[in-house]
Write a protein that binds this ligand. Structure first.
Ligand SMILES: [Zn+2]
Length: 375
């Protein structure tokens, strides 16, 4: 359980980062404003989260990030290497005319384990509640039907819900309600899926040996509102169970909260990137438990134009051949006509097909851009 930030005592030289338990380095990204705790051998590399800037060292005693306490829990990485390799290989091969940098080896060599923070909060909830509780019941009716020269009676069951107004008082301890410690958490989970928190274990220094930890950009007081949303869902569910009802609607409550205890938990992801034709960094994220990958694909328009160019050149060669054959035909040679037709057909075919690669690249990139906007 964490103490509030202002209670955190600085160590003698004012370097709070030592509370993490080892000689970590603090670095920040000027592009996504992410603040990271890194092992010393990892300093000043490209931002492992957005990829848009190099990380710059911060002075822990001057640039104090929003929240600096080390985590209590960690969900360990557990995706097998061959699984990661398969995910990355499939991604790299999923596009024709990929940029040169989009290949399995480059992606694997840049793969970086990163921990993202989230909160678990315990709280005592007290207060009045009221809601409409719905109870399922069945009515049975009979339907007469004339079949096979006979009247037949069929029993028909119909489900209905009876609604009743209920109210009550609640006083209960709720544990491990999740709340985001990062603005970007929802986005990340939308891309690679949620995490199985049942695998969480106590955090140890060794967990950071090779990994980079993203510090929270939403402190507990900021994340609390979202924890309340989750608590309300849990409370609604409990009130429904206590009423032995099947449904609820119009839940209202006037809660009071006490004894909030915050736990910081780290979630495992891998990040990697490739450079597209314009040397833009394209991030690739992988789930540290399932290996699920999210990445934006870009086709190489440069490669497409090169192929188009080659095909147009080949088409002009066939035009040349057809012209020569035509002259030969004029001179009275036998059987040139069919060769002229063939050369002209090849020329037209290549000329039309030549535009397909460029068209493909433009369409793929436009589709991907739309997809990205939707995420
Ligand atoms: Zn960044």
């Amino acid at each position: 359980m964490v103490k509030l930030m202002d209670e955190v005592e600085l160590t003698q030289n004012g370097n709070w980062i030592e509370v993490w338990g080892a000689d970590w380095v603090l670095e920040g990204c000027a592009s996504c404003n992410g603040v990271f705790v890194l092992p010393p051998q990892k300093v000043s590399q490209r931002c492992p989260f957005c990829g848009q800037a190099a990380l710059a060292q911060m002075d822990p005693s001057d640039d104090r990030p929003i929240y600096t306490q080390p985590p209590e829990l960690v969900v360990p990485f557990r995706t097998a290497e061959d699984r990661l390799r398969a995910s990355v290989g499939k991604f790299a091969k999923s596009i024709w005319l990929a940029p040169a940098d989009l290949n399995e080896n480059a992606l694997l060599s840049r793969m970086q384990p990163v921990y993202l923070p989230m909160w678990l909060v315990d709280a005592q909830v007290q207060g009045e509640w009221q809601a409409e509780m719905g109870f399922d019941y069945e009515i049975v009716s009979h339907r007469e039907e004339y079949q096979h020269n006979n009247w037949q009676t069929e029993r028909v069951k119909e489900k209905r819900v009876r609604w009743e107004q209920r109210l009550g008082r609640l006083n209960r301890q709720y544990e491990n309600q999740s709340a985001p410690a990062l603005d970007e958490q929802e986005q990340v989970e939308a891309k690679i899926g949620r995490f199985n928190l049942k695998e969480a274990k106590p955090f140890q220094q060794d967990d950071l040996t090779n990994a980079i930890a993203h510090l929270p950009n939403r402190p507990p007081e900021d994340a609390w509102n979202e924890a309340v949303v989750g608590l309300k869902t849990a409370v609604t569910q409990d009130c429904r169970l206590a009423s032995e009802a099947d449904h609820t609607r119009g839940f209202k409550w006037s809660p009071q909260f006490a004894n909030q205890q915050w736990t910081q938990l780290l979630l495992p992801i891998y990040t990697s990137y490739y450079l597209d034709d314009e040397n833009q960094v394209r991030m690739v994220l992988l789930h540290g438990q399932t290996g699920k990958l999210y990445g934006v694909l870009r086709a190489s328009t440069k490669r497409a134009y090169r192929i188009t160019n080659m095909m147009l050149k080949a088409a002009s060669v066939f035009l040349g051949i057809a012209t020569v054959l035509f002259l030969v035909d004029l001179l009275g040679a036998e059987g040139a006509e069919s060769w002229i037709t063939l050369a002209l057909l090849l020329m037209v075919g290549l000329g039309v097909a030549a535009f397909l690669p460029v068209l493909y690249a433009l369409i793929v990139n436009a589709t991907q851009r739309t997809k990205e906007r939707e995420k």
